[in-house]
Design a protein around this ligand. Structure first.
Ligand code: CA
Length: 377
């Protein structure tokens, strides 16, 4: 027996105890072996982080916008009835569809049970993938799809809108009424309705909009551009925020301010709906892409956003170096992990505040150079 086969035998025991039947397990694991391509994909970490402006250029390209408008025309009745039932505007559904699978063209062909078993066995994020594998087995057991037809991305995201198995179990719906929640079919009805159901469950509000780009008064306190700070649109205006484009968020609704490229870049006032898109995929560039594509799908013209395109993005190694210096200079005690998150941002803000700079918390190359100097001096 290979080590992988032993791991599967042990996992089967856990799955049996969780209520998966032996018959389902036999079917699900019949053809499963360690998938070398999946391992390669998982280990192939990019050397450089894509700057948000490059990501947005690709994610909301002219062909993607044309595709979104076409998809909206081609599926208008379906998506309108999904909007009517779940209260999620059709442009946002089409935008997610475009970003997740290029409107169904790239849904993924990896065997999901095998991919998830490989990733769980490999162990880098074992708990996550064991949970997803168990959820995938529950899907098979539910009868919605046979194990051999359960396909998706190398990391187990499935169908037109790339649902993970746990999201499927919690939110998938049978919109066309054929008795199966089929997000894998060529027909996108169930997948798009499932995505709408997901967003509705995570707090989507019809008619709220997502927000938009804003201007900030001179000397604006960038410490306020922090996703833990929510104010009403009215209070943001008092704090020095003015709308460039109609931000659409009603004055009494809570919004947060984001400046994804720091004080040198644009700022956006975003509503709760933007936070809901983040629940779908927790990355600011992704959420901005979905919302911009939704605007474009709705007929808006392209807007020129003034990104600091000459800024160099930090590599994971440089981010780690930055974090290590922040520890040495006593701005944080968090271990360096090479990934940007709220802790690193808070440590950068602490340094910026102490040195009288705009406290945007943004990890720029310029900041790294300054900190290198301080660290050496
Ligand atoms: Ca169905």
């Amino acid at each position: 027996m290979t080590v992988f086969a032993i791991w599967i035998a042990e996992f089967r025991e856990k799955a049996l105890q969780s209520g998966i039947s032996g018959v389902v397990l036999d079917q699900a694991f019949a053809e499963v072996s360690l998938n070398a391509t999946v391992l390669e994909k998982d280990r192939n970490q990019p050397e450089h982080v894509t700057p948000i402006w490059d990501y947005l250029d690709r994610a909301v390209s002219k062909p993607r916008v044309d595709g979104a408008r076409q998809a909206l025309r081609d599926n208008l009745d379906l998506i309108s009835s999904i909007e009517a039932k779940f209260g999620v505007e059709k442009e946002f559904l089409v935008a997610i569809w475009g970003l997740e699978s290029n409107f169904g063209a790239l849904r993924g062909n990896y065997p999901v049970i095998e991919a998830l078993a490989t990733l769980a066995y490999d162990g880098r994020r074992r708990a996550l993938f064991e949970g997803q594998l168990l959820a995938a087995l529950r899907i098979v057991q539910s009868g919605d799809i046979a194990a051999e037809n359960l396909v998706g991305s190398w990391a187990g995201a499935m169908g037109h809108t790339q649902f993970m198995p746990t999201s499927y179990l919690d939110h998938a719906v049978d919109f066309d009424g054929d008795g199966r929640r089929d997000i894998w079919a060529d027909d996108p009805a169930d997948a798009l309705a499932s995505t709408a159901a997901y967003l509705a469950a995570k707090g989507w509000t019809h008619g709220l909009g997502w927000g938009g780009e804003v201007m900030l008064a001179k000397g604006f306190d960038y410490a306020l551009a922090n996703d833990i700070i929510a104010k009403t649109t009215k209070d943001w205006r008092r704090a020095g925020v003015t709308a460039v484009r109609s931000s659409e968020i009603p004055m009494d609704k809570l919004a947060t301010l984001i400046a994804p490229a720091g004080a040198r870049g644009p700022a956006f006032l975003v509503s709760q709906n933007f936070q809901t898109v983040l629940r779908y995929n927790n990355a600011q560039p992704y959420a901005l892409a979905v919302c911009s594509l939704a605007d474009r799908a709705a007929g808006d013209d392209a807007t020129d956003i003034d990104w600091p395109r000459t800024d160099k993005a930090l590599s994971p190694a440089q981010i780690k170096e930055l974090q290590e210096i922040l520890v040495r200079l006593n701005y944080t005690s968090d271990a360096a992990d090479g990934m940007l998150g709220p802790q690193t941002s808070a440590a950068i803000r602490a340094y910026q505040k102490a040195s009288g700079r705009p406290a945007d918390g943004y990890a720029s190359f310029e900041l790294l150079q300054k900190l290198r100097g301080l660290d050496a001096g």
